[in-house]
Design a binder for this molecule. Structure first.
Ligand code: HEC
Length: 229
């Protein structure tokens, strides 16, 4: 009979063990479900920062000044990451995303019959100019809230410039390149918006400073040099 008792005891211990494991498993699941946003954000930031510093940029770096000399062939090759969802030639059908022929200068949500997100449809009155494309390709979700375009963003300004120069070429009559005045205005907006963001991580501020220093250098203002003394 003691063998029987032992079996009962053993079974009880086994059941208790399985229950404990299940409880642990379930509680992990529950905890995991509670903070998916935090995780998603951390991953996005890590990707955005690339291989270098963990900087969180406030707004996309300016690209208008890069467009005139941007490498269209490089842009075409970069567009391969878009081709999973987009077609580029005139008259081609939509895929996951709309056809992009002639997108520069077209309205947001330009393709008739395509099921755009509410966020994109709400911007229909606005044309896609270089600045809005720059912001959207840098961080689609930030530029168009609720967008259906699932794309982390293209973080290097030279890459975005090349890609946008390629998009510009996809047209019966390509849009004019930005004027000097437009280029200057863009730089002011970007600087202002970055300055307005409170509590940015230090690296982002440093990076912004570097960018400004570079601009100052290239403009070679004697007054600035004098002030530094
Ligand atoms: C995973 C699929 C996917 C990828 C990759 C992708 N897109 Fe999109 N794209 C979409 C979808 C879906 C929309 C519609 C967004 C909406 O309705 O909010 C869209 C919309 C757009 C629009 C706005 C079109 C319009 O009619 O207003 C542009 C511009 C655009 N994408 C460019 C690009 C470029 C350039 C790339 C590559 C760097 C790219 N997309 C990569 C899916 C994608």
């Amino acid at each position: 009979m003691s063998g029987m008792e032992f079996n009962k005891l053993f079974a009880a211990i086994l059941v208790a063990g399985i229950l404990a494991m299940l409880a642990g498993f379930i509680s992990k699941k529950v905890v995991h479900v509670e903070d998916p946003h935090e995780n998603a954000f951390a991953i996005e930031v890590a990707e955005a920062a690339g291989s270098g510093a963990m900087a969180v940029e406030a707004v996309a770096e300016p690209i208008l000044a890069l467009l005139a000399t941007a490498d269209v062939a490089k842009g075409q090759s970069l567009s391969k990451v878009c081709a999973a969802c987009h077609t580029f030639n005139k008259g081609e059908p939509a895929r996951v995303g709309p056809n992009l022929y002639g997108i520069v200068g077209s309205k947001h949500a330009h393709m008739e019959g395509f099921a755009y997100s509410e966020g994109m449809k709400a911007l229909h009155d606005k044309s896609w100019d270089y600045a809005s494309l720059n912001a959207f390709l840098w961080n689609p979700k930030k530029a168009v809230s609720g967008t259906k375009m699932v794309f982390a963003g293209m973080k290097k300004p030279e890459d975005r410039a090349a890609l946008i120069a390629y998009l510009r070429s996809l047209s019966d009559s390509p849009a004019a390149l930005p004027s000097d005045a437009e280029i200057a205005a863009e730089a002011v907006v970007v600087e202002k918006e970055n300055a307005d963001i409170p509590q940015e991580p230090q690296q982002a501020v440093e990076k912004d400073k570097d960018a400004k220093a570079e601009e100052t250098k290239s403009e070679a203002k004697p007054a600035e040099n004098g002030k530094a003394e």
